[in-house]
Design a protein around this ligand. Structure first.
Ligand code: HDL
Ligand code: ZN
Length: 457
């Protein structure tokens, strides 16, 4: 029982009454006495220490299933890695543009190393790297055993450049303790489509997700492309056109062995509606997902190209009307929806909706919410409203090594938040075994999502 695990930890940490071997304590004996029916006091210091020590071990050693990234199977091509890609990541570029004199258009014409030089100077040398994206680079270097304090960018570049990619991929996944990576795979990406059509030997650690934004947010443009690819579609959403779009989705779901279908939608996404987006979701995407037993992953609240001059760094955020999500969950109980929202203001409402609809799985602290202050706030909110039935984090990594810091930072917060919850349990006398803690953490770090993805029996 927790008492054993807990006592062992207390003994190991050499603190507290419970480490006294002479005392025989039965179930509940470790709980604090109730004071005239008042709530027992929160778990005292030594108990917290024991709980935190156990959680640090369990959270660190529980492999993560990373359910949304922009990483690629090494043989698919397009995988970004190494020091320059870490530095020119669009999160850092956006922060550097706040200091750089030159216009973004000029900056983007420069070679990657020159862009990285400028970002390194502005965000690490001329100003302390206190932002989450900057600290992430330093956490990553530290976990590789590198000392960025030398501030020698050429030496850091050379360290990365020496490794064969396959070796580096395996070592990075091992350091991050990530067991599986869900990619973002788009047939609308010309380079990627060509490799899928030719075929390649898959790395089982990288699984596919079919990303269909162009289909849903720019139907006229997508219709022209589907037509070029041999799908007999017209611009109007006739029954035959919808049938052809389903054939397109079926072809690519099969080619990728896609585990879910994903789209990101703007804050003004409405459902039900007469828009192409709503009509295609209702008449094509959801029937396809239901037929193949796939969840539809929705990422809601992104305002694309708020400042297009910043390219990938130019997107912004807006608060979504989540009544659209409520109508989807209610209207399509046979479909499953994995959802994350970009606006902090939408987080509470999303949790309440998840309490109403079991076909809604909440995941991740996406993009602008992937900062410690909000990861902690959002994870506490979800634990207190949803218990363990959500997925704490996805990395959204675009550069291989980012999975190290994105999960290192989340794991630290998860230990803190879970320690509070388990300490509250312990203070009521509820003992949790180490096996139960391991089960709970597995659930939160991707196990629950993979079960959510399984078609109903
Ligand atoms: O649409 C998305 O999948 C977002 O995650 C964007 O790719 C965004 O640019 C990003 O990388 N966020 O972390
Ligand atoms: Zn993403």
């Amino acid at each position: 029982m927790w008492g054993n695990a807990f006592t062992a930890c207390a003994r190991a940490s050499g603190t507290g009454r419970d480490s006294d071997p002479g005392e025989k304590r039965g179930v509940g004996a470790v709980s604090s006495p109730t004071f005239n029916g008042m709530n027992p006091p929160a778990a005292s210091g030594f108990r917290r220490t024991a709980i935190t020590a156990l959680l640090e071990r369990v959270v660190a050693t529980t492999p993560v299933i990373d359910i949304h990234t922009h990483l690629y199977d090494p043989l698919l091509g397009g995988l970004l890695w190494g020091m320059d890609d870490l530095l020119i990541y669009h999160y850092l570029a956006a922060e550097a543009f706040r200091y750089l004199e030159e216009p973004p258009e000029e900056f983007f014409t420069r070679p990657k190393t020159e862009q990285a030089d400028r970002i390194w100077h502005e965000l690490f040398l001329a100003h302390s790297p206190v932002s989450e994206a900057c600290q992430g680079v330093l956490t990553t270097l530290h976990r590789f055993g590198l000392d960025p304090h030398v501030r020698d960018l050429p030496a850091l570049r050379a360290w990365f450049a020496q490794w064969p990619l396959e070796t580096h991929v395996s070592r990075t996944l091992e350091i991050a303790n990530v067991a599986k990576v869900y990619m973002t795979n788009s047939p609308f990406d010309d380079a990627e489509r060509a490799v899928w059509e030719k075929g390649f030997l898959r790395d089982e650690r990288f699984v596919a997700a079919l990303r269909i934004d162009p289909l849903l947010v720019d139907w006229p443009g997508a219709a022209r492309r589907l037509s070029d690819w041999g799908y007999n579609v017209g611009e109007g959403l006739s029954a035959s056109t919808c049938g052809e779009v389903r054939r397109f989705l079926a072809d690519w779901t099969r080619r990728l062995d896609a585990r879910y279908v994903m789209v990101s939608l703007p804050p003004d996404f409405a459902f039900p509606a007469s828009s192409d987006t709503a009509q295609l979701i209702e008449r094509v995407v959801l029937p396809h997902c239901q037929e193949l037993g796939l969840p539809l992953a929705l990422m809601l609240g992104v305002r694309r190209a708020v400042n297009p001059r910043l390219q990938l760094a130019g997107d912004g955020v807006g608060r979504s009307d989540l009544s659209a999500l409520a109508r989807l969950c209610e209207g399509f109980p046979q479909n499953r929806f994995a959802v994350t929202v970009l606006s902090r203001e939408n987080q509470h409402e999303l949790c309440v909706l998840a309490r109403k609809f079991r076909n809604l799985h909440v995941f991740g602290c996406w993009w602008f919410t992937n900062v410690p202050v909000l990861i902690e706030e959002i994870t506490r909110l979800r634990l207190e409203l949803l218990g363990l039935s959500f997925t704490v984090q996805h990395s959204d990594a675009r550069v291989l090594e980012q999975i190290i810091y994105k999960f290192d930072h989340t794991r630290r917060i998860l230990v803190k938040v879970l320690a509070d919850r388990y300490a509250e349990l312990a203070a009521t006398g509820w003992e949790t075994t180490e096996a139960e803690v391991r089960r709970d953490v597995r659930e939160l770090l991707g196990g629950g999502f993979e079960r959510f993805c399984q078609p109903a029996a």
